[in-house]
Design a protein around this ligand. Sequence first.
Ligand code: CA
Length: 528
Amino acid sequence: MPNQTTAPQPIIIRMHALDNVAIVANDGGLPAGTQLPDGLLLVNAVPQGHKVALVDLKAATPVLRYGIPIGYALKDIPAGSWVHERLLDMPSARSLDNLPVATVKPPPMAPLEGYTFEGYRNADGSVGTRNILAITQTVQCVAGVTDFAVQRIKAELLPRFPNVDDVVALEHGYGCGVAIDAPDAIIPIRTLRNISLNPNFGGEVMVVSLGCEKLQPERLLPPGSIPLIDVRSGAGNNAEAKLDVVCLQDDAHVGFMSMVESILRQAEQHLQRLNARRRETVPASELVVGVQCGGSDAFSGVTANPAVGFCTDLLVRAGASVMFSETTEVRDGIDQLTSRATTPEVAQAMIREMAWYDAYLQRGGADRSANTTPGNKKGGLSNIVEKAMGSIVKSGSAPIANVLAPGEKLTAKGLTYAATPASDFICGTLQLAGGMNLHVFTTGRGTPYGLAAVPVIKVATRSDLAKRWHDLMDINAGTIATGEKTIENVGWELFEMMLEVASGRKKTWAEHWKLHNALVLFNPAPIT
Ligand code: CA
């Protein structure tokens, strides 16, 4: 009876002792009639990542996963049944009133010392993991000209500057046709400003402007916002220093090639200075890591995200900065977050950001439940509550020490809640503005996501995905579901890989293939 001897052992995963459901871990799911290790017989076939009722669930019973109600049974669900989203009534969002504030005081974590990487030390004290020339743009109108110039810079100049990793045009859709004085316009403007100052760009700010746009260079980068470099002498902050701007409408430009030559001429000076830089040994505390997930499934919260959470704790212990984000994916765990805040002020800042986002969604006639995708549901995530519980574990267990509003730049060490939408590109763009020099991205359904400005380490939640996408996924956390590895094993593997990637000794798959998603600004202000 070969089928019986080769049939895999049924594996189900329960996250919390209170849970009355568990998820099926086996590739391909399990057929009806399968006997689970505790003797329970499956009433229905249950797809991989989907939930099975461990006990009889009467109508209106809370369905518990991660020890909290992810929904209420809409009708009686017998033990052994497939529990999918159509059987669940989703709880309403936790009120932002009377939240527990700074109530959890975890014992201090032992410092993690002696870990280093090879990075580029910048004049402002930050450290780059890559040495990239970024060309800032004030407005979308200049994107075509800048891209043309960048292709020529790569072909004609870059080979002469071997210590420079890349040239990146910071293309975006903002800059004109927008209500630039509306209160929320500060978000896209400061996002662009702070991306220009990302540690991976070495403080070499050069701008391409059209001339007539609303977002004038002085508004994007006002005096004092950046270390100005005298483009003739290379000395910083002297009387001759000024913002390096190539303005396409400048009278001096006669014809397209004149604009392109101007950009090449300015770029060369920045490339010379970037090329003279060398990596030096710096402590792991100089890492500024942004974590996020995309294309999530029910394994995200079981394998990859807990491993990232373990790694987040390692980074915090090493004195580094870690940003977690994705407001709609943590909204349902707001009480966990405010209770983990180091101070009441930090908790209040989190509540402020959540309330702002609730109002933003409400203006658009939506709420947090608009977050979940068809792929999330196919992967076993019934609703945003279940997704949020699995997403939040990326933040590990450290106290939350700081909060960033969208587009702000991070200055603190430790664990930070950087408020951003969960949209992969917008979250990544805002974490870049926060000063991220390394990005970790977990995925269950699979996405080839990448950014041009920072290395992105992608973590697969399932072995099946890691095997099929063997040249896109950097780490397989699916081994946690099968018991081959522990959360701690994979968390350490990720930590060690971060130091290799940050040092430039290893490239991520997204870097290898040059897979770069667009910068997408978060602009909640009106378009004109
Ligand atoms: Ca995301």
